[in-house]
Write a protein of this length. Structure first.
Length: 63
């Protein structure tokens, strides 16, 4: 006899939380013309890190 596998119950979506987030996002876009809170911030790079792109620019300037 084959045993029947039980299906996993679907996870409930938090529609109230999603609707609040969407409302906040739309309000922010209306005020500032763009999404401010989700703006990517620039990550600080260590000076010790090897940067091939920066090295190419320096070589070009020397030529």
């Amino acid at each position: 006899m084959k045993s029947k596998s039980k299906k996993k119950p679907k996870k409930q979506k938090f529609s109230s939380v999603k609707s609040l987030l969407k409302a906040d996002r739309e309000k922010e876009i209306e005020q500032y013309g763009k999404q401010v809170s989700m703006r990517p911030s620039k990550v600080h790079k260590s000076k010790k890190d090897y940067d091939r792109k920066k090295n190419k620019v320096q070589e070009r300037d020397l030529d």
